[in-house]
Design a protein around this ligand. Structure first.
Ligand code: S3P
Length: 434
């Protein structure tokens, strides 16, 4: 395990190009493998999670070639995934674990076992098993709900599925399975979640429609995708963005950030707290776009006010909620996050790990069943934070260190490799010592 000490910064200044989007990279590799013709992917993320996805689709028969900065994925078609004796290793990647079975479910007569690291083995798959079984596939999980688990492909039928939780992973899994099913599948989400899968399917010529909270997709024979472009990851950008807000005197420009409305909840929360973040965010709409909007964001440090994050905002900022807790420490008054019980099912129990982690650095923060309450004290002392192998905790600790009075030791910094391998170098490039 690597322990990294992050010293307080005088201020942060300069600009960064945000690393490629992890969510979109997983989807690009999976859809590329499902396509019959070659798909060129520009800007694929080179990180541990998304490399697990490339290895998984190769195991299923897809071929991957590098062409300059791009990847060319030669897929095996919607029903052509090769059976595999060896389990598919998803590593630490929850998105891979929950999306891939949507495709595998349509491989009539073939079975696939998926497994991953210790963190993956505590993350539930019953949420995807239920709709896939309804569509006709078999899913056998450890203790009925955990990896390792086996998906037995079948001829699928279309369903109408009401999702109990707003999860883009579950929604995407059902949409991918629906491509291989006869007829029209409708999946209904309790609140909007990220819509990358819908956009990529629309770009691939699939008949996919949204009406309010209902998304309908019709089964197809083939996907017609030529090229996919992966923008910068707003969830990765959120870390230097938060650092620039709370290290006094900072001004940072983040280039090429994805500003899809379903991913920019954090920026809207920050702006409501009084944070100075400038850039053109996408507006919401019912039409499914076929591409992803990109913008540069300029961030200037300044005073923040506490805020309340309500349940409907949670899926739109789910991976950035640890940063809302950190900003809350520096804000005036109370910051409350409600309706975020899903955080307990991430790479770590992110309610417990954030509350213990920031609490150990001097924050006044309390856990609730479905979120946390932070009382701003205008700063953070510093100390040691454990990442529990969770990349977002590692980056949270480093950002806290920059803005702290005494610095922070991040115990398990290597976890950042999963989504943002350049993270330490990028922060260093903005850093002026205090
Ligand atoms: C993701 C969806 C979210 C998010 C995860 C990536 C995706 O999970 O936390 O990091 O790519 O669809 P849930 O859909 O389970 O909330």
């Amino acid at each position: 395990m690597t322990t990294v000490r992050v010293d307080p910064a005088a201020h942060l200044s300069g600009e960064l190009t945000t690393p490629a989007d992890k969510s979109l990279s997983h989807r690009a590799a999976i859809l590329g493998a499902m396509a019959s013709g070659p798909v060129r992917v520009r800007g694929y993320l080179d990180a541990a999670d998304t490399n697990s996805t490339l290895a998984a689709v190769q195991q299923l028969g897809a071929r991957i070639e590098r062409d300059g900065d791009a990847l060319v994925i030669r897929g095996v078609g919607l029903r052509g995934a090769a059976a595999s004796e060896e389990p598919i290793d998803v590593g630490n990647a929850g998105t891979l674990m929950r999306l891939l079975p949507g495709w595998l479910a349509a491989q009539d007569g073939r079975s696939f076992t998926l497994d991953g690291d210790a963190s993956i083995r505590r993350r539930p798959v019953d949420r995807i098993a239920e709709p896939l079984r309804r569509m006709g596939a078999g899913v056998e999980a450890t203790d009925g709900r955990l990896p390792p688990f086996t998906v037995s492909g079948a001829r699928l039928w279309a369903v109408t599925y009401e999702m109990p939780v707003a999860s883009a992973q579950v929604k995407s899994c059902v949409l991918l399975a629906a491509l291989g099913a006869d007829g029209e599948t409708t999946v209904s989400e309790p609140a909007p979640s990220r819509d990358h899968t819908e956009r990529m399917l629309a770009a691939a010529g699939v008949d996919v429609r949204r009406e309010g909270r209902h998304i309908t997709v019709r089964g197809v024979e083939e996907l017609a995708l030529d090229e996919l472009v992966v923008p910068g990851d707003p969830s990765s950008a959120a870390f230097p963005l938060a650092a620039a807000l709370i290290v006094p005197g900072s001004r940072v420009v983040l280039r090429g950030v994805g500003v899809n409305w379903t991913r920019s909840g954090f920026v809207r929360i920050v702006q409501r707290m009084g944070g100075d973040v400038r850039g053109k965010l996408e507006e919401p709409g019912d039409e499914i776009a076929t591409s992803e909007p990109i913008a540069d964001l300029e961030v200037v440090a300044g005073a923040l006010q506490g805020t309340v994050v309500e349940p409907a905002e949670v899926p739109l900022a789910i991976d950035e909620l640890p940063l809302v807790a950190l900003l809350g420490c520096f804000a005036e008054g109370e910051t409350v996050v409600r309706g975020a019980q899903e955080l307990r099912l991430k790479e770590s129990d992110r309610i417990a790990s954030v509350v213990d982690g920031l609490g150990g650095l001097g924050a006044s923060i309390e856990a609730t069943d479905d979120g946390f309450v932070v009382t701003g004290t205008g700063g953070l002392r510093g100390g040691t934070i454990k990442t529990h192998g969770d990349h977002r905790l590692a980056m949270l600790g480093a950002v806290a260190g920059l803005a702290s009075r005494e610095g922070v030791e991040v115990d398990g910094m290597e976890a950042a490799e999963v989504s943002y391998p350049r993270f330490e170098t990028d922060l260093q490039s903005l850093f002026t010592s205090r």
